[in-house]
Design a protein around this ligand. Structure first.
Ligand SMILES: NC(=O)c1ccc[n+]([C@@H]2O[C@H](COP(=O)([O-])OP(=O)(O)OC[C@H]3O[C@@H](n4cnc5c(N)ncnc54)[C@H](O)[C@@H]3O)[C@@H](O)[C@H]2O)c1
Length: 314
């Protein structure tokens, strides 16, 4: 019998991972989430097949018995926002660094088989060279980027010093169904989805020519499942993008084209901490983890748009 734990499993990526594990036939999937930015409804139709514990990852005594003996812990829980980490740095420091430490500590004590950690491409910061490759020196530009990088380093240290197998995946900009568009801190494509369906112009911070390696969530789920099993990779970090690069202007233009409408974006000042361009070198993930992205940006965008259309704001 296999046991998987997903921290942050009621969130956007975590809930997709829960579905991916169940699709693969996992016999036991356990979610830890305090529902800070996640929603129990994200797990509605899989609820009978999982255990959901509404607890905080910083609470070692609460999480330790849940992690004990798990085959794999997918650590997705975080306060995942650059601007939020600047406006309100204390909670994101506590959750993203202290919380990650407690998860790793509980996993090591509980003889967990492996921890797969949701790291972030924001750790690279602005690099002169694209695509960004794992051997580049990190240059975090925000508390969030630094915190996610500290989590990566802790994963490596737990592998070196405490005998815990860990793999860190630096996600690039993940998008797809269930990404929450309800806050000022939400991912840009989820905000674009709401805007296009409500026939509103979105606000783009900066000139819109900043570019991202937007990665459809099911590709990230598949990569996590591969990272959970790959041999000889403990303590390592891999890029988790799909190798493309799309500007925000292009993404908004495509959505207008899909919907047959013209809604010019409104432009605001660039946001502090934002990286200008982002694109993953996927060679290491492809060679060593077997990463094979299945979705082009346009396919992912259409699937996401259809999901948002079918799930109007409550
Ligand atoms: N979405 C992206 O593009 C992206 C990019 C890079 C890295 N990541 C990382 O991927 C992970 C998942 O991000 P997401 O986009 O699904 O965000 P999300 O906000 O939907 O998911 C985060 C989840 O963590 C939970 N959480 C927060 N604090 C917690 C705590 N103290 N205890 C327990 N649960 C807590 C939230 O309730 C939420 O369900 C995060 O670690 C994030 O840093 C995401």
């Amino acid at each position: 019998m296999s046991k998987y734990v997903v921290t942050g499993g009621a969130g956007f990526i975590g809930s997709a991972l829960v579905r991916g594990l169940l699709r693969e036939g996992a016999s036991k999937v356990v979610v830890i989430d305090n529902l800070l930015t996640g929603h129990a409804e994200n797990l509605d139709e899989v609820r009978p097949s999982i255990e959901l514990h509404q607890i905080d990852i910083r609470d070692y005594d609460a999480i330790a018995p849940i992690l004990r003996g798990a085959d794999v812990v997918f650590h997705e829980a975080a306060i995942p926002s650059v601007p939020r980490s600047i406006q309100d740095p204390v909670p994101s420091h506590q959750v993203n660094i202290d919380g990650t430490f407690q998860v790793l500590r509980a996993a090591a004590a509980g003889k967990v088989g492996r921890v797969v950690y949701a790291a972030s491409s924001s750790a690279y910061g602005d690099t002169a060279v694209l695509p960004k490759v794992e051997t580049m020196s990190p240059r975090p530009k925000s508390p969030y980027a630094l915190q996610k990088l500290a989590g990566e380093y802790y994963c490596n240290i737990f592998a070196q010093c405490f005998g815990l197998e860990t793999v860190a995946l630096r996600y690039f900009n993940v998008f797809g169904p269930r990404q929450d568009p309800s806050s000022q801190y939400s991912g840009v494509l989820s905000l674009f989805m709401r805007a296009i369906l409500e026939r509103r112009s979105p606000t783009i911070y900066g000139d819109g020519e900043q570019s991202r390696d937007f990665t459809y969530v099911d590709d990230v789920v598949a990569l996590n499942l591969k990272a959970a099993r790959a041999g000889g990779v403990s303590g390592r970090m891999f890029n988790g993008g799909n190798g493309g690069r799309i500007t925000l202007n292009r993404a908004w233009a495509l959505l207008q084209q899909f919907e047959g409408v013209e809604l010019p974006a409104v432009y605001g000042p660039p946001r502090p901490g934002d990286v200008r361009d982002s694109q993953a070198d996927t060679s290491a993930a492809c060679t060593e983890l077997g990463h094979r992205p299945q979705f082009t940006f346009e396919q992912g965008l259409r699937l996401t748009l259809e999901w948002f259309r079918a799930h109007p704001r409550k």
